[in-house]
Design a protein around this ligand. Structure first.
Ligand SMILES: *Cc1c(COP(=O)(O)O)cnc(C)c1O
Length: 374
């Protein structure tokens, strides 16, 4: 038997007979409502990828020994679908997500697949559940591709069986408070990622252990942790977002700085990359990726040279940060948060691209699919 690649032309669609409960847009949280359908693709080492299937969303049966349960052999993606003014569905730079999904899967010894083929299956899924996408600004449909090892024995071996699921949920604004700044607290105890680890891939195992840190942030009066590592306290990420600082350096030069990808502790965010590219194009300041010891930021705070701080990620797009708590002291950026702020202009631009107000190569129109029931 030949080992098959993931092939969208073999996609089978089973439409649900009973639509799942919906909820009013205003009541949508983040990832609480699942849409009618999901994509499922199974893999085995002998046969390769089975025919992809779009089926009614619901429970998945797994062997209790499945590696995912015991060894967290799992990674995921996060992307969003938006409806534009013409009623077309759009994705934002989805090929970057497919590429990153493959990179994460490789790091976890999960099987590789053709990203273009998976994207085609996802497009069909989105088209089928398109009427679940809320039309209101700030609302969208979050897509959660996930791949995990279903290898059904306890020995920690190479992956023999795996599964991809793609789940969809209509979502409102990530932070209920909306476009409102949040506070971060530097976590002095727990480390999210380190050189040689898995911080640069979206492995589920990176996230479970940060929940405890979230509780510490809350106790410090903040809503997310700013993760650092090593005696230099290199800044890594703000909760599950990449982090940016707009500062003036010692010579008074304006710089937008974000941790570089070089040490493998930073998740290469699609939003991060987009902000870097926009900032470079706009040319209002230097755009710099580098290792950032927290002491550099603290010194800039002490000079009054921290202009803006924000987090980036698909869920929130851009999240303004109003202050950072470090050793019990809160440090604040000096710029008033208004329409002139760089982060507000970046957000407006990105959102206009995502919703198709501006024609831009980053926005990908989902073709009307020609799926048929089989
Ligand atoms: C997903 C994620 C991000 C943001 O990536 P985007 O592609 O912009 O959504 C940033 N940091 C972490 C830790 C993440 O998991």
């Amino acid at each position: 038997m030949t080992v098959a690649g993931l092939d969208s032309s073999r996609l089978r669609v089973k439409i649900t007979g009973r639509s799942l409960p919906r909820c009013a847009d205003e009541d949508l949280g983040f990832g609480t409502v699942i849409t009618d359908h999901m994509l499922k693709v199974e893999w085995s080492v002998e046969r390769g990828w089975n025919a992809p299937m779009i089926i009614p969303a619901g429970p998945v049966g797994l062997h209790p020994f499945a590696h995912v349960f015991h060894y967290a052999v799992e990674c995921y993606e996060g992307m969003k679908a938006y409806v534009d003014a013409n009623g077309d569905v759009r994705l934002f730079r989805p090929r970057m997500n497919m590429q990153r999904f493959r990179t994460s899967a490789k790091r976890l010894s999960l099987p590789d697949f053709d990203g273009e083929e998976l994207l085609k299956c996802i497009e069909t899924l989105v088209d089928i559940d398109k009427d679940w996408i809320p039309r209101k600004r700030g609302f969208s449909m979050y897509l959660r591709p996930v791949i995990f090892s279903t290898t059904p024995w306890l020995g920690l071996t190479q992956c023999a069986e795996a599964m991809i699921l793609v789940l969809c949920c209509p979502v409102g604004p990530y932070f209920k408070s909306g476009f409102v700044p949040i506070k971060l607290s530097v976590d002095a105890k727990y480390i999210r990622a380190w050189p040689g680890g898995t911080g640069n891939v979206k492995a589920g195992g990176n996230y479970g252990p940060t929940v405890i840190s979230q509780a510490n942030a809350t106790a410090a009066g903040a809503s997310q942790s700013l993760f650092v590592y090593d005696k230099h306290e290199y800044v890594t990420e703000a909760g599950t977002m990449n982090v940016f600082f707009l500062i003036r350096n010692e010579r008074g030069v304006k710089q937008l700085i974000t941790p570089s990808l070089e040490d493998g502790t930073i998740l290469p965010g699609v939003t991060r990359q987009s902000v870097i590219e926009l900032s470079q194009q706009w040319g209002e300041c230097e755009t710099i990726e580098r290792m950032i010891p927290f002491g550099d930021i603290k010194a800039a705070f002490e000079r009054g040279d921290v202009l803006e701080i924000f987090g980036t990620g698909t869920a929130a797009v851009i999240q303004p940060i109003s202050g950072i708590v470090y050793e019990g002291v809160e440090y604040k950026p000096i710029t008033e948060f208004n329409d002139k702020a760089l982060q507000v202009r970046l957000t407006n631009f990105l959102v206009s691209v995502q919703y198709g107000d501006i024609d831009h190569p980053w926005s990908h129109v989902v073709p009307k699919s020609t799926w048929s029931k089989r």
